[in-house]
Design a protein around this ligand. Sequence first.
Ligand SMILES: Nc1ncnc2c1ncn2[C@@H]1O[C@H](COP(=O)(O)OP(=O)(O)O)[C@@H](O)[C@H]1O
Ligand SMILES: [Mg+2]
Length: 256
Amino acid sequence: MSDVPVIDIRGVWTRFDGMVVHEDISLTVARGEMLGLVGGSGSGKTTLLREVVGLHKPTRGEVRLFGDPILDPDPDVRRQVRRRFGMLFQHGALFSALSVFDNIAFPLRELKRLDEALIRDLVWMKMAMVELSPYEGRLMPAELSGGMVKRVALARALALEPELLVLDEPTAGLDPDLSENFVELIRTLQRELDFTVIMVTHDLATLAGLATRVAALADRRVVAHGTLKEVMAVAHPFTRSFFAGLHHVAAPGQGG
Ligand SMILES: Nc1ncnc2c1ncn2[C@@H]1O[C@H](COP(=O)(O)OP(=O)(O)O)[C@@H](O)[C@H]1O
Ligand SMILES: [Mg+2]
């Protein structure tokens, strides 16, 4: 069963008030892959991620995670699937009224019945993974730098030891140094924990540093799909303009 895709997007159509955003999108992501999703602003990248995690129902078609429909009618199946992925969305990254510790503990408290001593150990372990000290658990989101917000959100996304990580513009708003650190952190964690990633990014360095495959959304469809090199070679106006600067960026997955 290991060749069941982690993500299976099957013939998805999305329409909002008569505006068609997706027209028959099909994509699969295999275990251990890191798929980078690119597309112009408003091309439906965030919406597709929301459909992947079951926050939005496609107008037509379906998404399966680990072989099961993410919107399975059986709430037990949905709950089981929900425990197997973590997400980091660009907006509303953290609960502003909860401390760093409580933000990371949130999914553990919500989806598992664990005693507080165990939760504390698990939260501290996740904090160490993203290079935060236990002391920083007391801080409130408003007291954090942009880079720390991202690391806390990543720790929260990893709280349930997900097999799949869903990232919407994980490095947006970070300056190049912090962005590079964050990419390196995700790459190291992925090697250690062996999760699958689907990630939207506008940032060419993030894409080059992480994505094992790339899919480009344009004209409501997937217009290119393959390795970064293959997608760069596709002569669509979107890919041409998007990748115009990438020749200067290091190749993915090399060195380190
Ligand atoms: N809940 C919604 N209701 C109506 N329109 C929406 C909704 N969510 C997204 N859209 C529209 O769908 C299009 C794609 O949005 P989005 O997925 O956020 O694009 P991207 O992330 O690629 O910039 C946009 O035109 C957006 O305004
Ligand atoms: Mg978006």
